[in-house]
Design a binder for this molecule. Structure first.
Ligand code: FEC
Length: 291
């Protein structure tokens, strides 16, 4: 049996000049208001992404570390940038993979996130190998411990966050919000943190309601209830990318400052060996022959 892993992530533009094409990919052909494009270019510029993108380099570090740990080929497949999920699948097949494990660097299932990654991988493989897909891992004890370890001893109010999605997914029975709340509860319990809450972040103005509360409103609410020190734990993300470096470290930080609050956030798992060990175990658990 020849096994390969396709490690999937949202993806980030390689250079500043790639932002228009990257954004067009995210929008899937729907028109982009010019001011929104300018705003996005400016965010990437302020994060220092001109000729190279340190955000994609983190994904590469995770891939290389997982490959080393597993002793199996691991190929990166990006949802919105290069190398594409389809490129990763072709590489795995060309190297003779008969079983392809699909693992997304996002712990919680939603039809709009993990469901889409799964469809992209299945379509790319098109029956030429067996696809074993890891649908969710937000309640995995190893992952819970990696995050809990970053919260132990916290005295500030802990705010768990995750990417928002259009509110209509809840009525459609999507498990995303429930999985996020359960993950937050498990991590808080494991870390011995009693004072915590949850909010969404990074909603897009697409003209329909998105899941809330948004972190910026939530900070104001916490302030009005007397909180002054906040520790943000982005439970729905695992690496330092735009949604962390901009939406939390820049926007939420500014909001906290305006309110006279102190805001810190946990270090993201990135390529921390303990987290790579969690990813390794997830792969092994899904392919019995690897155990
Ligand atoms: O570091 C980077 O350069 C990329 C950071 C990034 C991550 C990420 C994760 C998720 N997104 C999810 C859903 C949506 C939906 C839309 C949407 C829009 C954007 C835009 C940027 C962006 N997202 Fe994102 N997302 C990241 C970046 N995302 C940039 C476009 C600008 C904007 O609208 O603010 C709305 C698309 C539309 O317009 O129709 C929906 C979900 C995740 C978490 C799961 C995952 O990582 O795949 C869900 C990282």
């Amino acid at each position: 049996m020849s096994v390969a892993v396709v490690l999937m992530a949202y993806g980030s533009p390689d250079r500043l000049e790639d932002v228009p094409a990257y954004y067009a990919d995210i929008r899937g052909g729907r028109p982009i208001p010019p001011e929104r494009l300018e705003e996005l270019v400016e965010r990437y510029r302020r994060l220092g992404i001109e000729e190279r993108n340190p955000l994609n380099e983190i994904t590469e570090q995770m891939r290389a570390a997982l490959e080393r740990e597993l002793g199996l080929p691991v190929h990166t497949g990006m949802r919105h940038w290069r190398p594409r999920i389809a490129d990763a699948a072709e590489q795995a097949l060309a190297a003779g993979a008969r079983t392809i494990v699909g693992l997304v660097l996002a712990p919680h299932y939603s039809t709009m996130s993990i469901g889409t990654y799964r469809r992209l991988l299945d379509d790319a493989v098109a029956g030429r190998a067996e696809v074993v897909f890891v649908d969710r891992w937000g309640a995995d004890p190893g992952y819970v411990e990696v995050v809990a370890d970053r919260l132990r001893g916290a005295t500030a109010h802990v705010v768990f966050t995750a990417h928002s999605l259009p509110e209509r997914i809840v009525a459609a029975g999507d498990p995303y919000r429930d999985e996020l709340l359960e993950s937050s509860r498990l991590v808080a319990e494991r870390a011995g943190v009693g004072d915590w809450s949850f909010s969404f972040q990074s909603a897009s103005p697409t003209g329909e309601p998105w899941l809330g509360p948004d972190i910026l409103d939530h900070l104001a609410d916490l302030h009005s209830r007397g909180a002054r020190d906040v520790l943000v734990c982005p439970i729905g993300f695992v690496s330092d990318h735009l949604e962390i470096r901009w939406d939390i470290d820049t926007e939420a930080q500014e909001k906290a400052r305006e309110l006279g609050m102190t805001l810190r956030r946990i270090e993201m798992p990135n390529a921390d060996p303990a987290f790579v060990g969690v990813l390794k175990t997830l792969v092994e658990r899904h392919v019995p022959a690897l155990r």
